[in-house]
Ligand binder design. Sequence first.
Ligand SMILES: CC(=O)CC(=O)SCCNC(=O)CCNC(=O)[C@H](O)C(C)(C)COP(=O)(O)OP(=O)(O)OC[C@H]1O[C@@H](n2cnc3c(N)ncnc32)[C@H](O)[C@@H]1OP(=O)(O)O
Length: 442
Amino acid sequence: MTFGIEAAGYYVPSLYLEIRDLAEKRGIDPAKLEKGLGLHKMGFPDVHEDAATFAAEALLKLIRDHNLNPKDIARIYLGTESALDAAKPTASYAMQMIEKVLEKEFGERCFRNCDVVDMTFACIGAVDALHNSLDFVRANPGKKAVVIASDYAKYELASSGEYTQGGGAVALLVSSKPDLLEIENNWGIATEGVFDFFKPRRHYNKEDLNSAPEAFPDKIEIFTDEPVFDGQYSNQCYQDRIREAYQHYKEITGKDKPYEAWKYLIFHLPYAFHGKRVFTEIYSLENGLPYETPDEQKAVAKSEDYLKFISEKIERSQRASSEIGNMYTASIFMAFLSAIQVAFDEGEELAGSEIGFLGYGSGSKSKVFAGKISENWKTEAAKWNLFENLKNRTAIDFQTYEMLHRKKLESSVNNDYKGFGLTSVESENPVLKGARYYHYKD
Ligand SMILES: CC(=O)CC(=O)SCCNC(=O)CCNC(=O)[C@H](O)C(C)(C)COP(=O)(O)OP(=O)(O)OC[C@H]1O[C@@H](n2cnc3c(N)ncnc32)[C@H](O)[C@@H]1OP(=O)(O)O
């Protein structure tokens, strides 16, 4: 019996900012962002959008595109690091939204017996949800699970993370009928507790608030969704973890140079060119190339062999990221959809091809695993229209972007939007304070 991904749906926010506009306003050479990091557009949520609406959109698309009966979904595990609440999972918000929309067809509370939860480990939380859900379907081969990766990657204005912002969601149907990707059960894993990128909770009692500036004299804000991070150190942690997890994968599979058998290498992409920039170390180790000094590292990155390797095995997976930006937990899955969509659009045959995945989550952990593209993959890819849909977003100017970022816009940019939207956050009723209310517009 085989297990893996049966189907996939996705959602990207309806707005975007041209990266050139950001570069100009921040005094950054646009060539650095475009040619150095591979950034072109930055996906940005409208006023009514958040990680819960992204998740609900991706799940509804998955259900509609595949005529799924929601009662056949035994669990929904959602990976996110943009949770809207510290107790009530974002998955339960998405589930509530979908139940309302499907009420006419499937009756009240169609997810009544569904196991719903969030999983958090920075950007690798959805890989964890996938790993866990694969174990679940292996133990219960007749059941189906859904994994959703949903995030809004927001950084402080004018920080080095600002130009990597993005967001969106990918939903995967996991089952014993892997029409898209059959996943093998070998997981190379590496973990180390570090502070490369994190979102410390900043909750104060009322009395403490008065003394907060003294106790925390620096820039610590209350209720922020922006991370504390050290960019170059996070790059190093990423590189170290994927090297260790790849080594572990080799040990448990006994495979020599596994990357050579992979048609595509799919990375967690905090920005489009990250995977190809950091893989030089593993590539050098595997091929006995010197990699000690910065000159040696540059020589590998610029070598003809490595450039050919990138264009054959990595480039296709970068294309969606260049148009969207970081999607945190969803980035690795969007990179996968990107590579498959390009192959589909260009008429390539992928059935039977092996794909390698290198996930990373700050804090930190990496998982390396592999899968095989299924015979039916084209039927799946034909439903996505990924690059067409990316063309249908609305461009915003820099001023609107800053207003949205600072949460100063009163109403949505796309006020006549269709789909899920946040309508209000409870502020009056003391036993519901902070509850978020959503609706669906046909
Ligand atoms: C957050 C997560 O999602 C989890 C993770 O993956 S952690 C690892 C990633 N970390 C992050 O994303 C944290 C937030 N981001 C950041 O802090 C920063 O954006 C970053 C650290 C990722 C990048 O830092 P940076 O200082 O902007 O870029 P830098 O590392 O110097 O690279 C710039 C590249 O542009 C190139 N470049 C610069 N100017 C250029 C120009 N005019 N023309 C062409 N290329 C240019 C540089 O040569 C360099 O490329 P190479 O090293 O490949 O040659």
